[in-house]
Design a binder for this molecule. Structure first.
Ligand code: NI
Length: 176
């Protein structure tokens, strides 16, 4: 497993539409997903999409391992070739950051509820209903697969700023 460098906003590869994974359970795919997890953990991220490490494939990883206190809210998941469906129109605004946009945060409107389908590393089908933070993370990560970075979704630019200025006392948030 290797910690890979994360592309930053301005790199044109972050704007590409990624292509679907065609072969599951291959050594190359396993290695890539391991690298994605290592990279996400080393950067204290809650999610990472393959295009962020320069691999134009429809793969996202997100969440926390079983046993960690956050795992119930957001279980560690490898999601390949995801498809999102929105059972309701309801949206809510909340803060987002991105490893490709370091040091900044913005309030972004996202759908509150989401049903996502896709495949695991070994090609088994995943189907899940999510809401709140879980739904937000999946929408953010899947946006990367279509070349969309969260600043493109900002509606109110007054809620966009540097993390350490927005949250001066929140050391954990500042380190992300
Ligand atoms: Ni991101």
């Amino acid at each position: 497993m290797t910690v890979r460098s994360v592309l930053r906003m301005g790199d044109p590869r972050l704007l590409d539409v990624a292509r679907p994974v065609e072969g599951f359970d291959t050594p190359e795919l396993r290695r890539l997903v391991c690298d994605m997890k290592e990279t996400m953990l080393s950067e204290n991220g809650v999610g990472l999409a393959a295009p962020q490490i320069g691999e134009s494939l429809r793969i996202v990883v997100f969440g926390f391992d079983a046993g960690s206190p956050e795992a119930e809210e957001l279980p560690y998941t490898v999601l390949i070739n995801p498809v999102l469906a929105f059972p309701s129109e309801e949206t809510e605004d909340d803060w987002e950051g991105c490893l490709s946009v370091p040091g900044l945060r913005a309030k972004i409107p996202r759908r509150v509820r989401l049903r996502y389908t896709g495949f695991t590393l070994s090609g088994e089908r995943i189907e899940r209903d999510a809401e709140g933070f879980h739904a937000r993370v999946v929408q953010h990560e899947c946006d990367h697969l279509d070349g969309i970075l969260y600043p493109m979704r900002i509606v109110d630019f007054r809620s966009f700023g540097y993390t350490d200025v927005l949250f001066p006392k929140d050391e954990e948030a500042s380190s992300r």
